[in-house]
Write a protein that binds this ligand. Structure first.
Ligand SMILES: Cc1cc2nc3c(=O)[nH]c(=O)nc-3n(C[C@H](O)[C@H](O)[C@H](O)COP(=O)(O)O)c2cc1C
Length: 327
């Protein structure tokens, strides 16, 4: 019988399916249901830098109105004194006490300031690891890519320096050189890299002639950008890779492990279906392993990582003429 246990950043997981950070993981009740449904771990919904920063700014304004600015400055209020930050610590505390599976906290940040202290508080609240969701929407015409990437690097280093629990850097897929960013995260002390997060993209409503937002769920088949990068980097990086993006079925989990992933994160598939999908996906993996006579995930992890595949150029040259000219 196939064994699905794995280790990710030193955490022992009964299986590689992690429910990723999202609305699904924003309440104790639903993360408990994720555990009951068979998830190997959960990443809680992120506490957002913007959210906390807005609270900070309104606290500053309130103190200024009351003429207390000097006292406020001396107090140096950090995130723990703010409501959003405090509520999140309570969720981490409740979830880690109630669940036997690892609970990973998530912070969405792009500036190093304050997050070091908050990382210590998350650890104290019981987080088994911290995921840093690096996701800055910059449309600045003057900031260089190097400058933006530098802030990502500083944020990860600040969290790593201030906590003993493992830290994962969750990257967007849009860099000129994803490989360099992943290696930089390793140099910054991350124990894992999550490839990739998914931006919320706005749309236009052409009848009301307005901007419309909305949740952007992935589709089955959207896993290929992740698959390519996991395959290209898994045998070269020293840190663990967690594959994320477009993983909707057991076959996609098998592919990411063949590429070298230690674990996978699933979100959209659980929004689309329901948590019962977790067992179905894991059953597909176990049945495939039995059919191929693999006892453990380690027996096939990385079998199709770049140096090991017969056709490494297919991973590297995905959009080039040789491929298209043959069509
Ligand atoms: C409704 C929704 C909310 C999300 N919230 C967060 C979040 O708080 N923090 C985060 O790091 N990622 C968040 N994500 C991104 C997911 O964790 C994941 O990286 C992305 O959806 C790609 O995985 P998928 O294709 O399985 O959905 C969210 C995604 C969705 C759809």
């Amino acid at each position: 019988m196939a064994k699905l246990d794995t280790s990710y950043m030193g955490l022992k997981l009964d299986n590689p399916l992690i429910v990723g950070s999202s609305g699904i993981t924003s309440t104790l009740e639903v993360v408990k249901r994720c555990e009951d449904a068979g998830a190997g771990a959960v990443v809680l919904r992120s506490v957002f830098e913007d959210e906390v920063r807005r609270e900070y700014e309104s606290a500053v304004r309130a103190h200024m109105r009351a003429g207390h600015m000097e006292a406020f400055t001396y107090q140096q209020p950090d995130l723990i004194n703010l409501k959003g930050g405090q509520q999140y610590l309570e969720l981490v505390n409740e979830a880690t006490s109630a669940l036997a599976i690892p609970v990973i906290a998530s912070i969405n940040c792009f500036a190093a300031r304050s997050w070091g202290q908050y990382a210590r508080d998350l650890e104290k609240a019981g987080a088994k690891a911290i995921e840093v969701n690096l996701h800055e929407f910059t449309a600045s015409a003057v900031r260089s890519a190097e400058n933006v990437e530098g802030t990502y690097s500083e944020a990860v280093s600040a969290v790593v320096r201030n906590t003993k629990v493992p830290v994962a850097a969750k990257l967007p897929p849009y860099f000129t050189n994803v490989a360099q960013m992943a290696f930089q995260m390793e140099l910054d002390g991350a124990a894992g890299v999550v490839m990739f997060n998914r931006p919320f993209l706005p749309d236009f409503d052409i009848e009301s002639i307005e901007l419309k937002g909305g949740v952007s769920l992935s589709q089955p088949g959207d896993y290929k950008t992740t698959l390519r990068w996991v395959s290209l980097l898994s045998s070269r990086l020293g840190l663990d890779i967690c594959a994320s993006g477009g993983i909707h079925d057991g076959q996609a989990i098998i592919k990411q492990i063949l590429a070298g992933a230690r674990a996978v994160q699933v979100v959209s598939a659980l929004y689309r279906m329901d948590l019962a999908r977790i067992q179905e996906m894991l059953r597909t993996v176990a049945e495939w392993m039995d059919r191929h006579e693999f006892d453990t995930l380690a027996d096939f992890r990385g079998k199709l990582a770049q140096p090991k595949t017969d056709l490494p150029h297919l991973l590297e040259k995905t959009q080039y003429s040789r491929l298209y000219m043959g069509l």
